[in-house]
Unconditional design. Structure first.
Length: 303
C-alpha cells in the first residue's frame, strides 16, 4: 500500500465515523473501566486516549472504575487474606480503609493521565456531595461488613461538572448509615450512574470479547441482542459465572432508560472507538428495541 492509499484509508475511516459522531454528539456515556485494561499501562493509556477523543468530538463521558485486584493485593500485604461470600468482598473496618486508600490512588492516577491528554477530569467517590447513598448489603443473609447496595444517586454534582466541561472519574464508594463509607460493586455503580444521568450508552470494559452462545467457541459471539434475548440467556442458563451479573446489570440499565449497553474486551486497543464509530463494531451490544434474525441464534442455543 503506497502513501496515497494509506491516506485515503484514513479519510475513509473518518467519513465512516461521521454519522456516529453526529448521532452521539452531546450525549452522556458511562464507561465502566476495569479488568486488564486497568493493569497494563499501554492498555490504560489506549482507553483514556479513546475517552479523550470522545470528549473532544462532543460526547460527555463519565468514567466509573474498579480496583478489586489491587485491593486484594494490599489486603494481603496487611497480613490478611481476602475473603469473599457469593462473590462479594467481606469488608471489615480495616479492609474498608484499605479499599478507600487504593481506590483513591487509582482514581487520582486516572485523573492525572487524563490531564496529560489535555482533558479536564475530576476524581470523585460516591461520598462527595452525598452523591451515592447506600444501605448495607447482605450475602445470603450474612452480614459481610461495609458492603453497600445503592439506594439513590444524586446527580447534582455530576451535572454541574459535565456542564463545566469536566470528565467525572468515579470510584465505587458510597455513604451508608452514620455517613460511613461503604464498598460498592463497580458494575452496580456504573449501572446506577448511567440510569441516573440518562446516559445514551453504558460500556463495560471486561477481559472477554462479549457474550457467547458457547464460551468455548469464539465463532458464537453475539454482536447484538435485545432485551428478550438477554432475558432468555439468563433464564435458560446460557450465561454463567462473572457474565451473569454483568448481563443482569445490562438488562436493568436498558429497562431503566439507558438506550444501549455494550460489553467490550478492554484488552483490544482502541476498543471504544471501534465500537462507537464503525459499522461492524466489536463485542456485544444490548439494545432496547427488538432485533431481527434471532432464529439462527436460538437454534444454536436450543439444538
Amino acid at each position: 500500500m503506497d502513501y496515497m492509499e494509506k491516506e485515503m484509508l484514513k479519510a475513509q475511516t473518518l467519513i465512516e465515523a461521521l454519522p456516529f459522531i453526529q448521532k452521539f454528539n452531546g450525549k452522556k456515556i458511562v464507561v465502566k473501566y476495569g479488568g486488564s485494561a486497568m493493569l497494563d499501562d499501554n492498555l490504560k493509556y489506549s482507553v483514556l486516549k479513546d475517552v479523550a477523543l470522545l470528549k473532544l468530538i462532543g460526547l460527555k463521558p463519565i468514567i466509573v472504575h474498579g480496583g478489586g485486584k489491587e485491593i486484594s493485593k494490599w489486603v494481603r500485604m496487611s497480613g490478611k487474606e481476602p475473603e469473599f461470600v457469593n462473590g462479594l468482598r467481606v469488608t471489615d473496618k480495616d479492609t474498608m480503609e484499605i479499599a478507600e486508600m487504593v481506590l483513591f490512588k487509582v482514581n487520582q492516577n486516572l485523573v492525572g493521565m487524563m490531564g496529560k491528554l489535555g482533558i479536564k477530569a475530576v476524581g470523585l467517590s460516591g461520598k462527595d456531595a452525598e452523591m451515592i447513598r447506600v444501605e448495607k448489603k447482605l450475602a445470603g443473609g450474612k452480614d459481610i461488613g461495609y458492603v453497600g447496595q445503592i439506594k439513590e444517586v444524586n446527580t447534582d454534582l455530576l451535572e454541574s461538572l459535565i456542564e463545566d466541561d469536566f470528565v467525572p472519574v468515579i470510584s465505587p464508594i458510597g455513604l451508608g448509615e452514620n455517613n460511613e463509607g461503604y464498598n460498592i460493586n463497580a458494575d452496580d455503580t456504573a449501572c446506577a450512574v448511567a440510569r441516573a444521568v440518562g446516559a445514551e450508552k453504558l460500556v463495560f470494559l471486561t477481559d472477554i470479547e462479549g457474550v457467547f452462545v458457547d464460551p468455548m467457541d469464539k465463532r458464537t459471539l453475539i454482536p447484538e441482542m435485545d432485551l428478550e434475548m438477554a432475558h432468555e440467556f439468563v433464564d435458560k442458563g446460557v450465561v454463567g459465572g462473572g457474565m451473569l451479573p454483568k448481563l443482569n446489570n445490562c438488562i436493568e440499565a436498558i429497562e431503566n432508560g439507558v438506550a444501549r449497553v455494550h460489553i467490550l474486551d478492554g484488552r483490544v486497543e482502541h476498543c471504544l472507538l471501534l465500537e462507537f464509530f464503525t459499522e461492524k463494531g466489536i463485542g456485544t451490544a444490548i439494545l432496547k428495541e427488538p432485533i431481527f434474525g434471532k432464529d439462527d441464534i436460538y437454534e444454536r442455543i436450543y439444538k
